[in-house]
Ligand binder design. Structure first.
Ligand code: HEM
Length: 489
């Protein structure tokens, strides 16, 4: 009897401990004992988890705290709070949980989900060498324009064959993976290469499966591996096996042909660094994980941004025409180049407006509080997951009149110049901001501008309404697969 009472008392203590919020923890929904808000996330807002955080922002204010299981989570919304969070070095950690480790074969590796000195060294090295290999240089322009040309030729051929109905589902990811793969491994794939197709489908499934809030649930890896579909909201990392294999083969191949003199690509540069490295921060395993992070973070986000841009232009044919007139006037018969960009004000404004309303990363990748801090008058305990809600700023009426309306002109001043704004940060902010921002901006610009210059995008004739702009939820947002009717201009 005494034993039974002791066990009950023990469990009661655990329950009270788990359910009691730390002193000065930010206000937020209470949730259930042990599960916290795990089950209520879908009820905050039907369809999209990130919109649930908007509801919490309106109800509890810019700093809102809740639990997912025993894991404390704080969401930060509104310009002032987001800006402060981006700049707070104590929020530069990333969660260390089962899904993050499963991505990297059970270890903490790569650049996206690691932190501390290891992250800093690896991010600096990767950025520096990708810059040398093309980021922010003329060679990047050539690389992307090449992929744009392949894509346009392919689409033109289809139209010449009488096919005007195009299905857009991961359509641009092929070209974007190719641009990345050229920098990483000096190779590209044919559009219908089955391995490339599989790779893109796997990334799509992994990205759309999870959600940034519920991934905080601390579930042992063994359970996720045993019941992957049940725990799908923590991300289908089990599907990455094929991708690991693919990257490892490329690394092995490079090792056999490693040049003595100048490196051909990022894999060469990194392999040479492994030979030089004395403190073992660089390894083949880590190289595989960096490549995985770059491919996964790079192609899906940029591809969906282009897709969202086309969807908005189908919904607003008058904006599409205005953009086409500007492209014709500035670029003449040629395709858009970087030197045209400063004059393509309206085109830039359209791209900005798409990122404001349909940003593919409405929430930054979750951060981890490296130590207990005071933030906005509340206490954020060490190891809390912190989610920075950029969408809350992009849709804030204080900075954007009628934020729900797609109006590119809002980004252009009366002298026809782009208005520089501090209230649009689709790539995050601070030291943890997007590693591929330069490449992403350039690809997004070249692909969208070139497509709109070459083709007219319309709803399929006979359809009752234009295709839906409502996003598909996930770690990042994707556009729904859609059909469009294309004619050559
Ligand atoms: C339109 C396209 C893209 C968007 C909207 C985007 C957005 C973002 C955002 C919001 C973050 C999180 C920032 C934070 O936590 O504050 C991020 C991180 C990251 N992005 Fe991107 N990204 C894009 C394209 C790319 C590309 C092309 C690459 C690779 C070449 C890339 C690689 C990364 C990596 C590695 C990180 C993690 C950085 C770190 O943890 O330090 N992204 N991105």
């Amino acid at each position: 009897m005494i034993g039974f009472l002791l066990i009950c008392a023990f469990f009661l203590c655990v329950l009270v401990w788990i359910c009691t919020r730390p002193k000065h923890f930010p206000p937020g929904p209470k949730g259930l004992p042990l599960l916290g808000c795990l089950m209520s996330v879908p009820q905050w807002h039907a369809g999209c988890a990130f919109m649930g955080l908007m509801e919490l922002y309106y109800k509890y204010g810019p700093v809102c705290g809740f639990y997912i299981g025993p894991q404390p989570v704080v969401s930060i919304s509104g310009y002032e709070a987001c800006k402060e969070a981006f700049l707070n070095e104590n929020l530069n950690g990333r969660p260390d949980n089962a899904p993050a480790r499963m991505k990297s074969k059970g270890k903490r590796m790569g650049v996206m989900l690691v932190d501390g000195d290891f992250w800093m060294t690896q991010k600096r090295f990767t950025l520096h060498h990708l810059r040398e290999l093309g980021f922010g240089k003329k060679s990047m322009e050539n690389l992307i324009q090449n992929e744009v040309k392949f894509l346009l030729e392919d689409m033109e051929r289809q139209i010449e064959d009488g096919n005007h109905h195009f299905e857009f589902k991961n359509y641009f990811n092929v070209s974007l993976v190719n641009a990345l793969w050229m920098m990483l491994a000096s190779a590209r794939f044919e559009r219908n290469d089955p391995r490339l197709k599989l790779l893109i489908e796997l990334f799509d499934t992994v990205f759309r499966s999870g959600d940034i809030i519920r991934v905080a649930f601390p579930c042992p890896a063994i359970l996720i591996k045993m019941f992957p579909t049940f725990f799908a909201k923590l991300g289908r990392m089990d599907l990455l096996k094929e991708v690991w294999k693919f990257i490892e083969e490329a690394i092995e191949d490079h090792k056999q042909k490693l040049p003595q003199s100048e490196a051909r690509d990022f894999i060469d540069v990194y392999l040479k660094e492994i030979e030089r490295d004395v403190d073992h921060s660089f390894s083949e395993e880590q190289l595989m994980n960096i490549i995985l992070d770059i491919l996964s973070a790079g192609a899906d986000t940029t591809g969906n941004s282009i897709g969202f841009a086309l969807l908005h232009l189908i919904h607003h044919p008058e904006i599409q025409t205005k953009m086409q007139l500007e492209l014709d006037e500035v670029c003449g018969d040629s395709l858009p180049c970087l030197h045209h960009k400063p004059q393509l004000t309206y085109t830039q404004a359209v791209l900005m407006e798409v990122q404001r309303m349909s940003g593919v990363s409405p929430l930054a990748i979750p951060r981890r509080a490296l130590k207990t801090i005071t933030f906005g008058g509340y206490v954020i305990p060490q190891n809390t997951h912190v989610i920075i809600n950029m969408h809350s700023v992009h849709m804030d009426e204080t900075y954007w009149t009628d934020p729900q309306i797609f109006r590119p002109d809002r980004h252009v001043d009366c002298d026809g110049r782009i208005i520089k704004t501090d209230h649009l940060f689709p790539f995050g902010g601070g030291k943890r901001s997007c590693l591929g921002e330069t490449l992403a901006r350039t690809s997004y610009f070249f692909f969208t501008a070139s497509l709109v210059k070459m083709f007219v995008f319309r709803s399929v004739p006979g359809s009752f309404s234009p295709p839906s702009i409502a996003p598909l939820d996930g770690f990042t947002l994707g556009h729904r697969p859609f059909y469009a009717f294309l004619t050559k201009r």
